[in-house]
Design a protein around this ligand. Structure first.
Ligand code: BG6
Length: 376
């Protein structure tokens, strides 16, 4: 990207003159770690001003991602609950049922962590955790997202062992019943590859709103579903009034923001099961986008390219945001490369990742939300 923008600059295509604009959209990877991201930003800035650089992250263009802001800031009822007093923890899942397909050469260098977490998953986390911006102007929104990233405590090397999990899929069966080969048998992949196709991370934030509230993230290829969601688990009621009933076995109250597919918002809570005895069961209130707005399939890119043409950078990434994203995962990358995995492949295609991903939450007396898998 540095070379391309240098050449654009050399032939005068970077210069904005006579009231005309010149903008360059840049797709990830924005480097592969903190240092290379800084180098790339420096190279870009040699020929372009920051306001001309549009770093695209297609998750920011997804309607449901933008709706997180609307849900939180256009509705008075939710904001008072949106903090450490009421929220126990947050789970972000970006699951893909596809394998690495024909991108083996790129993926071997990247892996699940680099490919997804510093960019897409942190975008989702940023929208969930940000403070209300003063306006929806690009600078105001970007500043709040950057504050969230600044507040995330980077993991110390010894914490990486307990707060981060990696996995690689072996052969297995998709939910549709198809037998699929292991990652190591994919085109352009080393048959002894140590690249991870699954990554999970627990992070915490040093700020008043979120102190003590863990955010768990997981993403991977060849999982049982193609599905992205954010699940916000609320704290239990302070008093277990119905303790002599079946209440304690009821699932905790949960708000699920379904990003894709089947976009919507679901609230799960306890309700009395009709009958003479007091029994409490979990019920769901469910809003589906399709019911109200129809189905408008979009990847996110459509919105973003239009925004760039109209000069709106709100949903694009500033140089700082990219560098901060890398800073959060740098210690994980360092420890993982210093200690190559010995147990790969450690999950079968068509399952929810390695056993250690479950243990990450079990150690905190929590568990991943059970996500429905498509039936064959
Ligand atoms: C890309 C990653 O940025 O996002 C891919 O490089 C991944 O590996 C894709 O499959 C996921 O995007 P979406 O929109 O399908 O969730």
């Amino acid at each position: 990207f540095g070379g391309i923008t240098a050449n654009l600059g050399a032939v005068g295509l970077g210069a904005e003159s006579g009231g005309n604009w010149r903008r360059v959209i840049i797709e990830k990877p924005f480097g592969k770690d903190v240092d290379s991201a800084k180098t790339l930003n420096r190279e870009l800035h040699e020929n372009l001003s920051e306001h001309q650089i549009y770093r695209i992250d297609h998750y920011l263009g997804k309607e449901t991602v933008q709706n997180i802001m609307v849900f939180r800031f256009a509705n008075g009822f939710i904001e008072p609950l949106w903090n450490r007093h009421h929220i126990d923890h947050v789970q972000i899942t970006v699951a893909e049922s596809v394998g690495v397909e024909h991108r083996g050469a790129y993926y071997e260098e990247a892996g699940a962590l680099r490919d997804m977490i510093p960019n897409h998953l942190l975008v989702l986390l940023g929208f969930v955790a940000m403070e209300p911006p003063n306006s929806f102007e690009s600078q105001a929104v970007r500043e709040e997202i950057n504050k969230v990233l600044d507040a995330i405590q980077p993991l110390a090397p010894e914490q990486v062992l307990t707060h981060a999990v990696r996995g690689q899929y072996g052969e297995g069966t998709t939910p549709g019943g198809e037998q699929v080969p292991a990652y190591r048998s994919s085109p352009a992949v080393d048959p002894a590859s140590r690249t991870e196709t699954f990554a999970a991370l627990k992070v915490q934030m040093d700020n008043w709103r979120w102190a003590g509230v863990p955010f768990y993230m997981r993403t991977g290829k060849r999982l049982p579903a193609q599905y992205t969601e954010i699940a916000i688990q609320f704290k239990k009621a302070p008093l277990t009034m119905f303790k002599d009933t079946a209440t304690e076995t009821v699932n905790p109250d949960m708000l699920v923001l379904r990003i894709q597919p089947d976009e919507g918002i679901q609230m799960s809570f306890g309700a009395k099961i009709p009958g003479p005895s007091m029994r409490v069961g979990t019920v769901n209130m469910d809003f589906c986008y399709a019911d109200y707005f129809g189905n408008k399939p979009a990847t996110g890119y459509e919105t973003l390219i239009y925004d760039c043409m109209s000069g709106d950078a709100t949903l694009y990434k500033h140089a700082d945001t990219v560098e901060k994203g890398w800073e959060i995962v740098q210690s994980v990358m360092d420890v993982w490369s210093a200690l190559p995995p010995r147990d790969f492949p450690n999950y079968a295609a068509g399952t929810w990742g390695p056993e250690a991903a479950g243990a990450l939450l079990r150690n905190d007396k929590r568990r991943w939300r059970r996500i429905k898998t498509p039936q064959p």
